[in-house]
Design a protein. Structure first.
Length: 251
């Protein structure tokens, strides 16, 4: 006769087998349901392209703007500083001498025959040979001109209106112009936020670029300076707080 313990064990084992078989049937039904659900979606959407392999080139991330590349003239970059002796009394300069601002009230600078009577300033650096490049942030000034001039430029005249100065100028009325040899050339109505100035004294060339995101030539001319040239700035309109900044060129 079979012992009671063995009968109990066989009964429990049978139940376990039944349960496992039920689980297998449930899993099979679930797999069939998933297969039937995916098939219509594949037919509706059509064949999907194969996923790119790990060696494929990734697409650019369109959520981030392109970074500004280093200037082609970066190796010749200089960082001029404003000359306080030439600074107009309507302007003031930051402690690092790289930001010039229209003052809220006239500054009591000591009189000097080298000081401009109009709202202009030259930089201390005298450029008489070689190649030089610098950038000016104009975004916080509504009326401006940037360029070069000799130190001998008359202090009661303005940039670009003399034979020894040249500039590009934003009039504040949707007009960008270049002034060279006392002659104006209208360049268009687009306002550059950052102006790059390229002075190649070896070849006698001066060029102005818009360098907000990429370098775009605005104007180029030939020069024959009889004396060294200095970076030159004019902040006219005299709107208090307007300012120009000599930027750190990205290398």
């Amino acid at each position: 006769m079979t012992s009671p313990k063995l009968l109990i064990s066989d009964t429990a084992a049978g139940r376990i087998r039944d349960i496992l078989q039920d689980l297998e049937e449930i899993q099979e039904k679930l797999r069939e349901n998933v297969t039937r659900k995916e098939a219509p979606e594949a037919q509706t959407q059509g064949e999907l392209p194969e996923a790119p392999s790990s060696s494929s080139c990734p697409l650019p991330d369109q959520s981030h703007p392109a970074l500004k590349r280093a200037s082609q003239f970066a190796q010749w970059a200089i960082h001029p500083t404003f000359n306080l002796k030439s600074l107009s009394c309507s302007l003031e300069v930051s402690t690092d001498s790289r930001t010039v601002t229209v003052s809220h009230r006239p500054q009591p600078y000591r009189w000097s025959c080298e000081r401009f009577s109009t709202s202009q300033v030259l930089c201390s650096q005298a450029l008489f040979s070689g190649k030089h490049y610098w950038e000016v942030d104009t975004r916080n000034c509504s009326h401006w001109a940037v360029g070069v001039a000799s130190w001998e430029m008359s202090r009661d005249q303005v940039l670009g209106r003399t034979m020894d100065s040249c500039c590009v100028e934003w009039k504040g009325t949707n007009q960008l112009s270049a002034w060279h040899m006392v002659k104006e050339t209208v360049l268009g109505s687009d306002r550059p936020g950052v102006v790059g100035i390229w002075l190649n004294l070896e070849e006698g060339k001066l060029a102005f670029y818009s360098v907000d995101n990429q370098e775009k030539l605005l104007y180029e001319c030939t020069i024959s300076a009889a004396s060294p040239l200095h970076p030159a700035f004019w902040l006219y309109g005299l709107h208090p707080g307007n300012h120009l900044i000599i930027k750190q060129v990205k290398v």
